[in-house]
Write a protein that binds this ligand. Sequence first.
Ligand SMILES: Nc1ncnc2c1ncn2[C@@H]1O[C@H](COP(=O)(O)OP(=O)(O)OP(=O)(O)O)[C@@H](O)[C@H]1O
Length: 352
Amino acid sequence: MDDYLFPPLTKQHVLNCAFAIWYPIFRRVTIKSEIIPIPADFLDYLHQDGVFLPLDSNGMPQPSYETPKDEYDTESESESENENNNDNEWGKIPDFPEFQETIAAKIDSLGGSVFPKLNWSSPKDACWMALGQTMQCKTAADIFLLLKSSDFIAHDLTCPFEACVAEIVEGHEDISKKSADSYDLILRKWYELHPSMEFRCFVKDGVLVGICQRDYLNHYPFLVSSRLTLESAITNFFKNEINGKFLNASYVFDVYMNKNNQRVWLLDFNPFSIITDSLLFEWNEILQHEGTEGMGLRVVLSNGETGLQHQPMYATNRIPKDAIDLSDGKTLAEFAQKMVEEMALAQASPPQ
Ligand SMILES: Nc1ncnc2c1ncn2[C@@H]1O[C@H](COP(=O)(O)OP(=O)(O)OP(=O)(O)O)[C@@H](O)[C@H]1O
């Protein structure tokens, strides 16, 4: 770890990886998306503890959602009734009617289901919380549950510049400790992406140094046999569509390749930094690589190579901190049960 010598990561490098910055430049080669500025009250709500979902468009709690009062309050019924009559019948449940309406309209315009993100991250660590355990969202409530349950989203909100070099200007605080000035909710048109066709690409000083499987835990035999064809398609995509257009000289980008026509699509950009997972490479290999010839496409060559078979991703992120905030003993037991079921399911069904 200590050997690693990364070029200094600045706040600007991280900002350049924010969706709203790169999307206008690469709109033609990426998935259709909508960018919705997050209003201040919703940002406050995201910062608060607990997973209380806002009311639906009719002012009612979301379907199958138990209000904090119904489920957890220990007050006597009469006390509760008094309080309920006072103001907000649903106690702590927040309400963002305009924001929710905008989201619903954008979901419609993207075909009815979307993949949500904030400036940098998606709440992929929380998808086990969602109905159907998927990131596919059809309503604002689906999105809010994922955002509120995710550690990755909490990181975007609280310390996105954590890995940046300290920039202390006299009289100003160290900006590496700051959060972003503004946040966007990103809605991307939903596609059933096959994990075997996702790849991560490492670019150092404008050179495509390495490409590897994004799903680094599983062996896909066809990737081994078609490695050179895939590598050539991704390299061409880099040369024609990415190189020289992204704002940082060194960066990491993710792509998806359509299996049928081998068309490559850009998925995301990440900082060239230890905070980005190097997957099948060691960061040292990438950092020490010299010359203009890259290391090519690296895939998992056999099941034995990983020593693991059909692993669920983000297994270690499956108890988000808000689950604990939300819980009494009973709820945690329910979460634990759900987790056990999901792990069993993931082990039993290999990826197609
Ligand atoms: N539009 C989409 N429809 C369906 N699934 C998607 C879509 N976009 C991304 N995904 C899936 O979600 C995963 C994470 O997406 P993305 O890279 O945008 O999120 P992220 O949180 O920035 O991830 P990372 O930090 O690993 O880069 C992708 O690997 C892909 O499997």
